[in-house]
Design a protein around this ligand. Structure first.
Ligand code: DGJ
Length: 542
């Protein structure tokens, strides 16, 4: 064998190895970028900001927010102004800008769906509903939604998306600025629970495809028989998932980046007598990957790697239930869009503690959309400033299952995190007086992260929290004759993968736990040791 074939193989091998990809180990996920777990500290720009005129007002906000990744839309209507004629100017602007600002990029494909409607499809699609059929409501209304039950719609989107992925490969396969692709945006239909056009109706009256009933462990039958009262919505979910799964599959055949779908989730209905059930197609786009449709989407769209909830509520209970719904053995947790308020800083920690590969508030730029103020979401910006230098280490620790977080809850100002025979005790709010519970903070923004580096070594950070360590509480059994003591607590930071200590914490900074007060920028690496709690030769003689 000559040298050339060997070199070719090696190149192909290293190319495949370095591709951004999703990896799973022991039930946990990592987004691998350049071969290492990556924690995406993201921000999404406003919808109409991927323009040459606007991007100069985008990059400074991203820099100010300390993000490492920008999510930005690519519009089908401008990318394919005439059938088969492509203009990748927007993609090139985004890729070049991201590189100049040392950011990674997630491209959002605004194709057939944008918030449950078809606003970004090209004019030649919009104006030709005979060729590109619309969804029709149960009472015959022609909707601003392309039918997911139409092959010509699917072919048109697939063709465009494949061209996009081919172009991304051409300009970025060697550099991997682009690390992930969002396929469509908050898919599903607004205005109807499903398509009632004649072809869709015919499909609905047929049998549920066997691969779906098999995957869901259901008996075969028509949609109404298999899904009862939910048949319309589940049919919409299958149709939408199959369509988007096909679009993603065609794109991956060109360039297989990780691909996800963001979700306009189901929120509870406003309390009012007899309103107990949010209505698909009215309160949220019907057929998207909402909580109740996840299993169908997983079965019908295997080329979509992640179903990722957009989360905009201030309700922490709802947030916890949404994280639980999407953090599954077959689904990595990723929050691709979220709000900007104080709660959201705590949400980042909560997601991280549930293995999140990334997090991203929406609408971060200085284009003036938020009333002209040049402000980035503060609670998230302070998180990102803290995590950016150690994002790789944090992602690695999370992938290995060594990281936990504590997030303050109303009425619970103290929480214990268990690391085998060591507990980290997190207390929220200051001042913390001896002998009484900590005060908590006014708006429950206290949050902390503890990651285990060795049997008795931890990496710790947080906001308005103190963290102390103790021998794990044992229930029932006699407590071991042991106590923990601090050997050294180093404040510092990772710099290019190496820990650098800036000072040693002691005295007031460690006496009642490691104190992370106020707008903190501190990360502490603490080493503990164990010693007996009692000297039994003395204690026994008393
Ligand atoms: C969710 C959508 O996905 C975004 O594109 C944007 O429209 C936001 N909602 C606005 O809050």
């Amino acid at each position: 064998m000559g040298l050339l074939p060997v070199l070719c193989c090696l190149t192909a091998f290293s190319f495949a190895q370095d591709m951004p990809r999703l990896e799973k180990k022991d039930g946990r996920f990592a987004l691998m970028v350049e071969g290492k777990p990556y924690l995406m500290l993201g921000a999404q720009i406003n919808n109409s900001s991927s323009w040459e005129s606007e991007l100069p007002k985008v990059w400074p906000a991203l820099d100010d927010m300390h993000v490492n990744t920008v999510e930005a839309p690519v519009y089908w209507e401008t990318m394919e102004p005439e059938p088969g004629k492509f203009d990748f100017g927007t993609v090139d602007l985004l890729v070049n800008g991201a590189r100049e600002h040392h950011l990674h990029l997630v491209l959002l494909w605004f194709g057939t769906w944008k918030n449950g409607q078809a606003h970004y499809v090209p004019e030649w699609v919009k104006s030709n509903p005979e060729k590109y059929p619309r969804e029709i409501s149960s009472y015959g209304k022609v909707l601003d939604v392309l039918s997911p039950n139409s092959e010509s719609n699917l072919e048109a989107d697939k063709h465009a998306f494949s061209a996009l992925m081919r172009h991304v490969k051409q300009i970025d396969a060697a550099q991997h600025t682009v690390i992930m692709i969002q396929v469509e945006n908050e898919s599903g239909s607004i205005g109807a629970v499903r398509d009632f056009s004649a072809p869709a109706q015919k499909e609905f009256e047929g049998q549920v495809p066997t691969e779906l009933t098999r995957a869901l462990h259901k008996d075969s039958g028509t949609w109404s028989k298999v899904f009862g009262a939910d048949a319309d919505e589940r049919f919409a979910a299958y149709s939408t998932a199959r369509y988007i799964g096909e679009v993603a599959r065609a794109g991956k055949a060109e360039y297989p980046l990780p691909m996800y779908c963001n979700v306009w989730i189901t929120y509870p209905v406003a309390a009012l007598e007899n309103r107990d059930h949010p209505s698909p197609g009215q309160e949220y786009p019907s057929g998207g990957p909402q909580q109740g449709n996840i299993d169908i989407w997983k079965a019908a769209a295997p080329s979509i790697d992640i179903l990722a909830p957009d989360f905009y509520s201030e309700s922490r209970d709802l947030y916890h239930s949404v994280v639980a719904a999407y953090h599954r053995d077959d689904n990595a947790l990723f929050i691709p869009e979220t709000g900007r308020g104080a709660n959201f800083g705590a949400y980042f920690f909560y997601a991280l503690g549930h293995g999140a590969i990334g997090f991203s508030p929406f609408g971060v730029d200085y284009t003036g959309w938020w009333g002209g103020e040049h402000k980035v979401p503060e609670s998230l910006s302070e998180n990102y400033a803290l995590f950016k230098p150690m994002a790789t280490e944090v992602a690695q620790l999370n992938f290995e299952g060594k990281l936990q977080t504590a997030v303050e809850q109303k009425g619970t100002p103290r929480e214990r995190l268990h690391f085998g025979d060591v507990d980290a005790i997190v207390s929220f709010g200051f001042p913390q007086r001896d002998g009484v519970m900590p005060p908590g903070t006014e708006d429950q923004h206290g949050r902390a992260m503890v990651a285990q580096l060795g049997p008795l070594e931890f990496l710790v950070t947080g906001f308005d929290a103190s963290v102390s360590f103790g021998v794990a509480e044992t229930s029932g059994a006699a407590p071991a004759n042991e106590q923990l003591e601090i050997l050294q607590a180093d404040e510092g930071q990772y710099v290019n993968g190496n820990w650098q200590t800036s000072r040693i914490w002691n005295g007031d900074q460690t006496d009642r736990g490691l104190n992370f007060r106020g707008p903190n920028q501190s990360v502490v690496r603490i080493r503990l040791h164990k010693l007996p709690l009692y000297d039994n030769s003395v204690r026994g003689s008393k």
